[in-house]
Design a protein around this ligand. Structure first.
Ligand SMILES: Nc1ncnc2c1ncn2[C@@H]1O[C@H](COP(=O)(O)OP(=O)(O)O)[C@@H](O)[C@H]1O
Ligand SMILES: [Mg+2]
Length: 252
């Protein structure tokens, strides 16, 4: 029997590449023969929408799962070869209730029956440390922190790692930082390469060797409602996300 490794893709900053990483990592793990479930736990539903799931009333979402005691398998949909529990704006309806009662382990309990079926479960978190992010961190074994050039300073990354340590203590001391992932990496602008090298020296065990280059095919794939692998398998983004996946499967 499998025991799924549960990975949250998290950073409270928006627009850094969380959703892109969650969707394409889930797709790449599947391509590598790892049975993987993607869970969208952001009320913006970007991961769901980027795979073409604009949720109609008859598709059940993560919100429906969190408020029910039903078999979580009933909530899994397939989109562009990715198994996903989708999300939409309705998730907001339960935010206050979960927060009021400090229900940080609802997700963990809801998905517990799935861990024997999957090799990996990837959680796409919202851009804030709200009750859903806390549920995700509580349910996870590991986190990946995508960061764009805005975070590429020694101080920025140091503060980020310290913040994660605080959440670990509060929610889940077993949580491991799998790595910080440099996204939207642009060799041509600013000091990207130089800063990355400095960071690599300062946090050799925290930064993934792989970085995700800026690539317009990412945007095009999202418009086409496909993963980067089914949109353009030859793109630099497909290569970078495959290289990240290999790093995760075989070590840094
Ligand atoms: N490597 C990349 N190259 C080009 N655009 C990217 C790349 N990664 C993400 N983007 C774009 O940046 C925007 C924010 O990415 P997203 O993954 O949604 O971030 P987050 O989930 O952290 O808010 C999206 O429009 C996405 O298409
Ligand atoms: Mg997102």
């Amino acid at each position: 029997m499998k025991t799924a490794k549960i990975i949250s893709i998290t950073n409270q900053k928006g627009g850094v590449g969380k959703t892109t990483t969650a969707v394409n990592l889930a797709a790449a793990l599947n391509i590598n023969g790892m049975r993987t479930l993607l869970i969208d736990i952001d009320s913006q539903g970007n991961a769901s929408a980027s795979l073409g799931l604009i949720i109609e009333d008859d598709v059940r979402t993560i919100k429906d799962l969190l408020v029910s005691q039903q078999d979580p398998n009933e909530f899994i949909t397939r989109a562009d070869a990715v198994e996903i529990i989708p999300s939409n704006n309705s998730l907001k309806d339960i935010e206050d209730t979960l927060l009021k009662d400090r229900h940080f382990d609802t997700l963990q309990q809801s998905i517990a029956p799935l861990t024997g079926q999957y090799d990996y479960i990837i959680l796409d978190c919202p851009p804030s440390v709200n009750v859903f992010t806390k549920n995700a961190l509580k349910a996870s074994n590991e986190i990946i922190v995508p960061a764009d050039a805005g975070y590429f300073s020694l101080l920025g990354l140091k503060q980020l790692l310290e913040e994660i340590e605080r959440f670990k203590m509060e929610l889940n001391p077993q949580l491991e930082i799998l790595g910080v992932l440099a996204c939207k990496y642009d060799r041509r602008t600013s000091l990207c390469g130089q800063i990355y090298e400095t960071l690599k020296q300062s946090f050799p065990d925290k930064l993934f060797k792989t970085y995700i280059r800026l690539n317009i095919d990412i945007v095009r794939a999202q418009i086409a409602q496909k993963s980067i692998f089914s949109y353009n398998n030859k793109s630099s983004a497909a290569q970078d996300y495959m290289s990240l996946t290999e790093e995760i499967l075989h070590g840094k």
